[in-house]
Design a protein around this ligand. Sequence first.
Ligand code: NAP
Ligand code: GDD
Length: 337
Amino acid sequence: MKRAFVTGITGQDGSYLTELLLAKGYEVHGLVRRSSTFNRGRIEPLYLNAKGEKVPLYLHYGDLSDSGNLFALLRKIDPQEVYNLGAQSHVKVSFETPEYTSDVNAIGTVRLLEAIRQLDLDARFYQASSSELYGKTSALKQDESTPFHPRSPYGFAKLMAYWATVNYRESYGMFASNGILFNHESPRRGEGFVTRKITISLARILAGLDKELRLGNLDAKRDWGFAGDFTELIWRILQHKEADDFVIATGETHSVREFLQEAFSYKGLDWQKYVKIDPAYMRPAEVDYLCGDSAKAQRLLGWTPKVKFKELVRMMVDADIKELQSKPMARQISPNP
Ligand code: NAP
Ligand code: GDD
């Protein structure tokens, strides 16, 4: 049985990847942070299989800022695959916490790579790189050769992590690969990201709980895919015959305004009656436009994105309406970044 070590297992991608790895017969070890509130809601449904039996899923306390902890865990688990999905993943928050974001997202990656190297583990390493690396780009489509120009502490920390991964591959012959993933969303998306903020808010407006939705820049364009589709690729990147870097994207781009239009019109509402622009949600520097070219991944990894924009929006709207109906008292939305 193959053993995988997953950082960020409690996050959106961590939960989809864990589901996939368990279905493929892996023993999965996940890094979890101690928290004063419950942070395992996304993976809790995975603890038992369809027959009600316990699955080989093991959680270990730790943090990407703690080298000793990462060394000890990697030594004990001795995984064949390491997926580094853990990160302070919110771009706007990174402007307020640049040092912490750099420590976790950049140095945290080096800590893992260095532990694998020093322990001489025979492990393949996946780094969750991001389309935020392209930042202020003028390329109409971004691929593996497009120059990087990050626009936030999140972006420059991920840039260092990207190059650390490439350098450990080139210097030490490690199997270390980057997935440069464009935005991907799902009903499990964190509530502070714009798509989920919109679909939760729409559900609340429909239920009569809210009257308005406060947002920042509606002109930004993103290449939004489905997280369930993209995590399949994360796994395929580590099964490829050699370590390499791959762009994962749908190749379609839409503005935040178009997302609003699609979501609200699906439920027969005019978004313009509810949305207020609030400078609190603007960023010191913005990434205006992203649209990925994943031809290399499609060619070498045999993949095409399945879920399209409209289907993704509707899936998220329907899921939030259903969730609100099932737990109306639990859903107290807090001010989001
Ligand atoms: P997410 O939902 O925000 O999950 C982030 C995960 O990282 C959570 O499990 C979180 O733990 C964990 N984490 C945060 N700080 C940590 C620390 N100091 N030590 C250990 N773990 C820590 O993010 P996601 O959307 O699943 O994204 C997964 C990865 O892909 C991230 O690295 C992100 O930057 C990158 N990425 C995401 C996208 C996207 O569109 N989703 C696109 C490109 C790249 P808690 O649950 O305890 O907070
Ligand atoms: N979060 C948020 N909240 N974003 C808003 C809001 C708001 O109220 N109003 C407008 N936006 C705009 C942001 O300014 C940005 O241009 C766009 O919506 C998308 O913002 P997010 O959903 O926060 O995602 P992101 O693109 O900044 O970052 C996500 O995708 C990256 C990949 O490109 C994150 O998942 C990153 O971790 C990931 O690397």
